[in-house]
Write a protein that binds this ligand. Structure first.
Ligand code: GLN
Length: 482
C-alpha cells in the first residue's frame, strides 16, 4: 500500500508536500533556498488576489543557510528547510501577532509560542502570518479586520474559517503546509472547504503557550496540510507536554491507543438528516462504501445529545472569550484610545479595537456568566458537555472512529451567511470534538459542483482521547480510496 505522497511527481517545488520536498532536498534535486524562493515568489504573486497572508516575511538567510547545512550533514528532520505559513494568533518572536484584530494591530510578540520553538528546532522556515477571523471567531475569515480571504478554488467564495488564510495559502501552493488553531472547527472546516487535511489534536496534546487564547478549554493548535502523512509529521513535531502549559498531557494518559488495520467506523445516521446537501451526502456515502471495500466495517451509533452540542458550544465558548479578551482594554493591553474620563478610555479602546462579531460574543459571554443567568446557561451547557463526553465514550465501545461530513455544504459565497446563526450552523459537526476534547481529522472526499466550479468537501472523523494514530490510519484509507 503506497502512500500517494511518497511517489516522486513532476512538480514545482511550492506544489510539493512536506514528504516530497524533504525527499527532493536530500536527493539534491532542490536546495532550501530554491524551495523558499518558489514558495515566496508564488505567495507574493498570488496574495494580492487571495489575501491569505497578512504579512509575508523577508527571507531569513541565516535560517535558510543553517537548514541547508543540516541537510548536507545528513539531518533527518522532515521539516528541516520546509517553508510554513503560521496563523496570525500564534506568536513568533519579533513578529506582529494581531489575531486579525485592530486591537492587536501593532502587537509584536516578545517570545516564541512553544509550537514555534519546536518548529525552529526542527529547522522549519516561516513564510508569513496568515489571515483569520478576528480572534479566531468565525467560519469564513470574513470577520478579519484586514479584509476577507478568498478560496483558491473559486475566488467568489470563502475559504472557511477561522484559519482561512492558512488553508488558502496551502491550497494555492503559497506554502508547503500551515498551522492553524481550532476552537470549534477552525482547522477542520477550512481544510474541508479548500481540499486539505486538517487535524485538531486531543485537548492538551499540543501546548497552547503562545497561542492567543479564544476559548481556553477548547483551543488547540494543529496542522493544515496536503496529505495525512504531512499532518502526522507536523503533529509529531509540535506535540508534547510543556511546563509552560499546565493543561498539556503526558503520552499514555488515557492509556495506550492501539490501532487495528481494519477499523469500525461509527456512523450516526440519525444526525445527518436533511440539512446535509444531497451531493455532499452522496459523496459521504460513496466514501464510506469504498472504506468498506478496503475491509473497514460500518456500524450505526447513536449520539442523542449531539443535537445540543452547537448550543452548548455557543454558551461555553463566548463565556471563555469574554474572560480571555477582558485584558484587552487599552490600559493593560491592546489598542489604546483616550477619552474625557477613565471610563471613556475603556469604552473607546474596546469599541474601536474590536469588530462587531467579537463584541457580540463578549456581550453574550458576559451575559451567560452573570449571577442571574449562570445556572440557566453556563452551568447547563457545561452539564451537556459532560453528557456528550459520556455518549461518545459509550459509542467508542462499538467503534474506533465516528464519521460525519465535515460540513453540510461546500464553500459558500461572501456575505451569504451574514446572519450570525446561519454562520454558527457551519460548525454543527465540528464543535463536539472541542467540547469533549477528543481528536478529530478532516480529509478531502472529492468535490461537488456549484456554478460550474468543482468545490472540495471533507469527511470528518473523531476518535478517543490520544487516538490520533487511529485518525491517521483512517485518513490514509480515505486517501487510498480516491
Ligand atoms: N467557527 C467557530 C466559531 O466561530 C469555531 C472557531 C474556531 O474554531 N476558532 O466559534
Amino acid at each position: 500500500m503506497t502512500n500517494p505522497s511518497t511517489k516522486p511527481r513532476d512538480l514545482r517545488p511550492n506544489e510539493m508536500t512536506i514528504v516530497e520536498a524533504a525527499r527532493a532536498l536530500r536527493a539534491r534535486e532542490l536546495t532550501v533556498r530554491e524551495l523558499w524562493d518558489a514558495c515566496a515568489t508564488a505567495a507574493h504573486a498570488k496574495n494580492p488576489e487571495l489575501n491569505a497572508y497578512l504579512e509575508l516575511f523577508a527571507a531569513d538567510d541565516t535560517a535558510i543557510e543553517l537548514a541547508q547545512k543540516r541537510i548536507d550533514a545528513g539531518d533527518a528532520s522532515p521539516l528541516c528547510g520546509i517553508p510554513l505559513a503560521i496563523k496570525d494568533n500564534i506568536l513568533i518572536e519579533g513578529k506582529i501577532a494581531s489575531a486579525a484584530s485592530k486591537m492587536l494591530e501593532n502587537y509584536t510578540a516578545t517570545y516564541d509560542a512553544t509550537v514555534i520553538k519546536k518548529l525552529k528546532e526542527a529547522g522549519a522556515l516561516f513564510l508569513g502570518r496568515t489571515n483569520m477571523d478576528e480572534f479566531a471567531m468565525g467560519s469564513s475569515t470574513e470577520h478579519s479586520a484586514f479584509g476577507a480571504t478568498r478560496n483558491p478554488h473559486d475566488t467568489s467564495r470563502v475559504p472557511g474559517g477561522s484559519s482561512g488564510g492558512s488553508a488558502a495559502a496551502v491550497a494555492a501552493h503559497l506554502a508547503i503546509a500551515a498551522l492553524g488553531t481550532d476552537t470549534g472547527g477552525s482547522i477542520r472546516q477550512p481544510a474541508g472547504l479548500t481540499g486539505l487535511v486538517g487535524l485538531k489534536p486531543t485537548y492538551g496534546a499540543v501546548s497552547r503557550n503562545g497561542a492567543i487564547a479564544m476559548g481556553s478549554s477548547l483551543d488547540q493548535i494543529g496542522p493544515l496540510t496536503k496529505t495525512v502523512e504531512d499532518a502526522r509529521i507536523l503533529y509529531d513535531t509540535i506535540r508534547g507536554i510543556d511546563p509552560l502549559d499546565s493543561t498539556t498531557i503526558p503520552d499514555g494518559l488515557y492509556s495506550a491507543r492501539q490501532t487495528a488495520e481494519h477499523l469500525r467506523i461509527g456512523v450516526p445516521r440519525h444526525l445527518l438528516g436533511e440539512s446535509v446537501n444531497a451531493d455532499v451526502r452522496a459523496a459521504f456515502d460513496a466514501t464510506l462504501a469504498k472504506l468498506e471495500q478496503q475491509g473497514h466495517t460500518l456500524v450505526d451509533v447513536e449520539l442523542p445529545t449531539s443535537g445540543h452540542a452547537l448550543a452548548a458550544y455557543y454558551v461555553i465558548m463566548p463565556a471563555e472569550v469574554s474572560a480571555n479578551l477582558a485584558r484587552l482594554d487599552g490600559i493593560r493591553y491592546g489598542h489604546a484610545a483616550r477619552g474625557a474620563a477613565l471610563l471613556d478610555d475603556y469604552l473607546l479602546s474596546r469599541t474601536e479595537g474590536f469588530g462587531p462579531e467579537t463584541r457580540r460574543r463578549i456581550l453574550l459571554g458576559t451575559f451567560v456568566l452573570s449571577s442571574g443567568y449562570i445556572d440557566a446557561y453556563y452551568r447547563k451547557a457545561d452539564a451537556a458537555r459532560a453528557v456528550l463526553r459520556q455518549e461518545y465514550e459509550k459509542a467508542f465501545e462499538s467503534c474506533d472512529v465516528v464519521a460525519f461530513p465535515t460540513t453540510l455544504s461546500p464553500a459558500f459565497k461572501f456575505g451569504e451567511k451574514s446572519d450570525p446563526v446561519s454562520m454558527y450552523l457551519e460548525d454543527i459537526f465540528t464543535v463536539t470534538a472541542n467540547l469533549t476534547g477528543m481528536p478529530a481529522l478532516s480529509a478531502p472526499m472529492g468535490t461537488v459542483e456549484r456554478d460550474g466550479k468543482a468545490l472540495p468537501i471533507g469527511i470528518h472523523f473523531t476518535a478517543l482521547h490520544q487516538a490520533e494514530e487511529t485518525l491517521f490510519t483512517i485518513g490514509n484509507a480515505v486517501e487510498r480510496s480516491r
